[in-house]
Write a protein that binds this ligand. Structure first.
Ligand code: SF4
Length: 249
């Protein structure tokens, strides 16, 4: 996902964790009582008012979204852009181009994105899946149900839930919400989630809150707006004054 470095929160001391855990547990039960759906819809309204349409993903083609979704794992987006620019400059930003590349040359081109040996394997695996599945013609995936596609993506080497859901939402236009470290950070800081809440639970909560005809657009925007919020206000050291979520919920 395009964002600043995908860093997780600094570790808290066990004492602080204990207090936070107790707060989070009571916050979680309070949340289910006070209607998760209404709160998350309010979050979406506030962020829409504050940041407007973000028009994500910043890519020229769905294939480029897929490449970016792999390269952005634990990377700063600026560095991912450089890696993508390298592929484009060599006219290799295509399924055939990447598959034909030697291991070492692909590693050299994507090196700016970091972990380039790991990402070379992951990118190649994703491209091989795409080639075998539809020869890169995404329209051929149109009839596959979203959950089936998600399971296929999750079976690809190096594709975890966040990468799979970024691809589903931004490349394949499926209504799937992407959970990232920023979403967790914001919800946890507001007592609406906790460190142990798993990915699928959080995703389910957002997807239930965003049902309806325009859910694809709303999921697309909300995820991008949470990233904007985290970059401008909810950084590792939060800057709450003037933040659109000050005093929320
Ligand atoms: S910066 Fe904003 S989102 Fe983050 S904790 Fe403060 S008020 Fe909440």
């Amino acid at each position: 996902m395009p964002k600043a470095a995908n860093k997780l929160e600094p570790r808290r001391s066990p004492r602080t964790q204990g207090r936070q855990g107790a707060r989070n547990t009571s916050a979680s039960s309070a949340l289910s009582a006070v209607n998760n759906v209404a709160i998350l819809r309010d979050l979406a309204r506030r962020l829409q008012r504050a940041f407007g349409a973000q028009r994500w993903w910043p890519a020229r083609t769905p294939f480029e979204v897929m490449v970016g979704a792999v390269l952005t794992q634990n990377a700063n987006w600026k560095n991912v852009e450089q890696a993508i620019a390298n592929l484009r400059a060599e006219r290799l930003l295509s399924l055939a181009g990447i598959i034909a590349l030697s291991r070492l040359r692909l590693q050299r081109l994507i090196r700016p994105a970091g972990y380039f040996r790991v990402k070379e394997k992951r990118l190649r695996s994703l491209c091989e899946w795409l080639d075998g599945r539809c020869k890169g013609r995404l329209a051929r995936l149109a009839k596959t149900p979203t959950l089936e596609l998600r399971a296929e993506l999750l079976a690809v080497h190096g594709v975890g839930p966040e990468t799979a859901d970024s691809i589903l939402l931004y490349a394949l236009e499926r209504p799937v919400f992407v959970i990232d470290a920023y979403t967790r950070r914001v919800l946890t800081r507001h007592g609406l989630s906790h460190d142990r809440e798993d990915y699928e639970s959080l995703r389910g909560r957002f997807e239930r809150a965003m049902r309806g005809r325009s859910r694809l657009r709303r999921m697309n925007e909300l995820h991008a707006q949470v990233v904007a919020l985290a970059k401008r206000h909810c950084r590792v050291r939060p800057s709450c004054e003037g933040c659109p979520l000050e005093g929320w919920p």
